[in-house]
Ligand binder design. Structure first.
Ligand code: GDP
Ligand code: MG
Length: 772
């Protein structure tokens, strides 16, 4: 047997290319540091189940949570109990499988959504670890597209926190069925009722409580499963006891009358709630079990809970403590029992491909040895190594060399993979995150024909997307970056290396934008937050070996106008033999709500529009759009302006480019006259802080032009909701840590763009002009 090991940033990636000839049992263990990895769980029975499990047994699941809720710890426990890791990883020691980038280990946060595959009781679970930091919501959004279900992990002492709310909304948008896991039941401040209330109030969800905890805080010992009426207890009091063994017995044998009573009431409440939400169950209950609700078979109850979870009428709620190794196995059972298989989800596009391949590239990673690794979610058809695939977005055909399954942190080579699975491919060099992959151009055309026959094609083409785009799996909306800074290589000779590194990083992360400043010639990085840019800087150093210098972090402002102005302009220029002459008249006016980023528009005087050819109209609109890109005050993009084209006259022979140029110049003139206003990004901020530190935090926020919206209580903590201009938030995490001796957490998210006050604006304009 041949083993090839490649070293990547502090971990081992093993490819066992002849694994399937010899069978998994011949594979040896590999060591790295204090952990041991096995190739496969010991109970793998046959090759077929390993490679392509039945689609009904696949669960593509995301874990979402606020930072520190315990997502990474929970994932680690899942891998451990399913037999994929031989030692318990610990975020506090920095040796977990899923937080695999060095920075993540050092900072103890999860940035990249790494896909991990493992099996649990004959089910194949593909887990996407989604990031908890607001700078990386794009990663969450992307992950949610390829998932069929999600687990929301909460800190049971904190309930729903800001980031979970954001991700939950995204899950709503994509109609992803969810279950909730109330983690950290071992904390003294943990509270079941508080957490349930906050799920109701903040998430506007309908919690369906399937378990009640036995003991809470230090005495938390296990759970009562309300479906089966069984109690599960874990003996381990310390972290060292791994929780693999636990006791399950019928509740009726419990000698604790209080627990019996509590469980009885909770079960009745559950049965009534489920009957309310599910008609089929209600009928069954009123028919066969009207005399004794309690006698309803657990399986029937479970099936009803599954139906209402899939229909998103309710969310099952479970509890546990990942750190103390309690409640994770029932959570795994719940994932297989309640969350949907890929074929139970409706993926609009895939049906047009029938049995042909259709897959979405949802993640690109760069590996030094193997080049780009592309994670694909397969919606239909079969993926095979050593084959050509067609990328619809790039309109290019490229060759995939190898196909891997991302088992824990080993990548296992496989001969084929079918619909519903998550694959890792080697060799796709042009594919970017968000691209749609099919087997060939001909197959895309055939799918287009099917789509058209169903009338869908017509409707979509009507939207101006064209035939191609109707076949592309919906990409991910990339939000506009709010921060930017210049980046310089140590010497000019490193410039090309830096450009290469940035190209690779952009393929991985579409929220990173790179542009060249036309005036200074500098390379500019644009990102989603301070941490985002810091991490990129770090990665360029570690992964590409380039020590770069970052310029000061700057805020991406916008510009708008305060007045309506009418202007005309004439361009008269002779180039060679040809005379170009055009005159335009246009009106710019502010829209009522300039904070809406999509609020720039163009309207036409009907008469003018009627006289112009489609080409000319496009040339005029291009002129307006290019003026919107750079405002007259500071050169930031313009928003909140409506432009009306009043007149366009020209000599025959005037080129389209000259028309655009004239319109642009006229726009600039108009925008200058219309009293420019700078808009600044205003963030919504949530700070959770111990009561005794509230006043210094409030005092500090006042100095940052912060507006307090609300102060709520959560146990002994205060939760402060505020809006603060982004420009005032640089380095906030350090300041907050100092002010509160580390007793506060915060999250920050773009709220809107708002007008700066005149003094702030003039000092900003002076600063940018180098006057102060
Ligand atoms: P993530 O940011 O959501 O990935 O959370 P982590 O898994 O990194 O955990 C954050 C912190 O909470 C770490 O210090 C963990 O040790 C701790 N933690 C995780 N689960 C539990 C739990 O069940 N109980 C307690 N008390 N602490 C936990
Ligand atoms: Mg984590």
């Amino acid at each position: 047997m041949q083993l090839r090991a490649t070293f990547r940033t502090c971990r081992v990636v093993v490819v066992c290319s002849t694994l399937f000839k010899n069978g998994p049992q011949t594979c040896k263990w590999l060591y790295q540091g204090k952990r041991k990895y096995s190739f496969m769980p010991d109970d793998v029975k046959s090759l077929r189940t390993v490679v392509n499990p039945d689609i009904s047994k696949i669960r593509n699941i995301g874990i979402m949570a606020h930072i520190d809720a315990g997502k990474t710890t929970t994932t680690e426990r899942m891998l451990y109990y399913s037999g994929y890791t031989r030692a318990l990883g610990d975020v506090d020691d920095g040796d977990t499988v899923t937080d695999f980038m060095v920075q993540e280990r050092e900072r103890g946060i999860t940035i990249q959504s790494a896909a991990v595959t493992f099996d649990w009781k004959r089910y194949r679970i593909n887990l996407i670890d989604t990031p908890g930091h607001v700078d990386f919501t794009l990663e969450v959004e992307r992950a949610l597209r390829v998932l069929d279900g999600a687990v929301a992990v909460f800190d049971a002492s904190a309930g729903v926190e800001a980031q979970t709310l954001t991700v939950w909304r995204q899950a709503d948008k994509h109609q992803v069925p969810c279950i909730c896991f109330l983690n950290k039941m071992d904390k003294p401040a943990a509270s079941l009722s508080f957490s349930i209330e906050s799920i109701k109030k903040k998430l506007k969800a309908n919690p369906v409580l399937l378990q009640i905890p036995i003991g809470i805080g230090k005495s938390f010992a296990g759970l009562v499963d309300l479906i089966t009426n069984q109690r599960m207890t874990w003996q381990g009091k310390t972290r060292e006891e791994d929780g693999r063994v636990f006791e399950t017995k019928p509740l009726s044998q419990s000698d604790d009358p209080e627990l019996l009573q509590e469980a009885k009431e909770a079960r009745v409440a559950l049965i009534e709630q489920v009957a309310d939400l599910d008609d089929e169950f209600a009928e069954l209950l009123l028919g066969d079990y009207s005399e004794n609700f309690d006698a309803v078979p657990p399986l029937k109850l479970q099936q009803a809970v599954r139906r209402l979870t899939l229909a998103r009428k309710g969310v099952p709620v479970l509890c546990g403590s990942s750190l103390r190794n309690k409640g994770v196995q029932p959570l795994l059972d719940a994932i297989t029992a309640y969350l949907p298989a890929p074929n139970e989800r409706h993926h609009d596009l895939a049906r047009w491909y029938k049995d042909d391949l259709c897959a979405l590239a949802f993640k690109v990673l760069h590996d030094k040895q193997r080049g780009p690794l592309v994670f694909l979610r397969i919606y239909s058809g079969t993926l095979k190594p050593q084959s050509a695939v067609h990328n619809i977005n790039r309109n290019s055909t490229e060759r995939m060399s190898r196909l891997l399954l991302p088992f824990a942190d080993q990548h296992v080579e496989i001969p084929s993979l079918t619909a519903g699975n998550i694959a890792l491919t080697v060799g796709l060099k042009q594919t970017v995150t968000g691209d749609t992959i099919v087997s060939s151009k001909a197959s895309a055309v055939a799918a287009a024909r099917r789509a058209q026959n169903e009338g869908e094609g017509e409707r979509r083409r009507g939207k101006g997307g064209g035939e191609q785009s109707s076949l592309v799996l919906a990409g991910v909306e990339v939000p506009d970056p709010v921060f930017f800074c210049s980046i310089e290589p140590p010497t000019m000779s490193k410039q090309t290396d830096l450009e290469n590194a940035l190209t690779c990083l952009q393929r991985e992360d579409p929220s990173l934008k790179v542009r060249l400043d036309p005036d200074s010639g500098q390379t500019i990085l644009c990102g989603m937050g301070e941490l985002h840019i810091e991490i990129l800087h770090d990665r360029i150093r570690r992964e590409y070996g380039i020590e770069t210098h970052l310029g000061p972090l700057q805020v991406a402002y916008r510009e708008t106008i305060l007045q309506s102005v009418f202007t005309t302009d004439t361009l008269d220029r002779t180039v060679g033999e040809r005379r170009h002459m055009v005159t335009v008249g246009l009106d710019v006016s502010p829209v009522p709500d300039p904070s809406d980023a999509t609020s720039c528009d163009i309207t036409w005087e009907e008469e003018v529009k009627g006289h112009l050819s489609a080409d000319l109209r496009e040339a005029v609109e291009n002129g307006v759009q290019s003026a919107y890109l750079q405002g007259p005050l500071l050169g930031y993009p313009v928003q909140g302006v409506s432009t009306a084209i009043k007149s366009v006259t020209m000599e025959p022979g005037t080129s389209l480019a000259m028309v655009s140029a004239c319109v642009s110049r006229c726009m600039l003139k108009a925008l200058k006259k219309a009293r420019g206003q700078v808009l600044e990004p205003v963030m919504s901020l949530e700070v959770t802080v111990g009561e005794e530190y509230l006043s210094p935090v409030l005092g500090d926020l006042a100095q940052r032009r912060g507006g307090i919206r609300d102060i709520q209580s959560r146990h002994d903590d205060k939760v402060l909701l505020a809006s603060v201009p982004l420009a005032e938030m640089m380095g906030y995490s350090t300041v907050l840590r100092t002010l509160t001796s580390g007793n506060a957490t915060f999250s920050l998210q773009l709220d809107s763009y708002q007008a700066m006050n005149p003094q702030e604006q003039s000092s900003l304009v002076n600063r940018m002009a180098g006057l102060s």
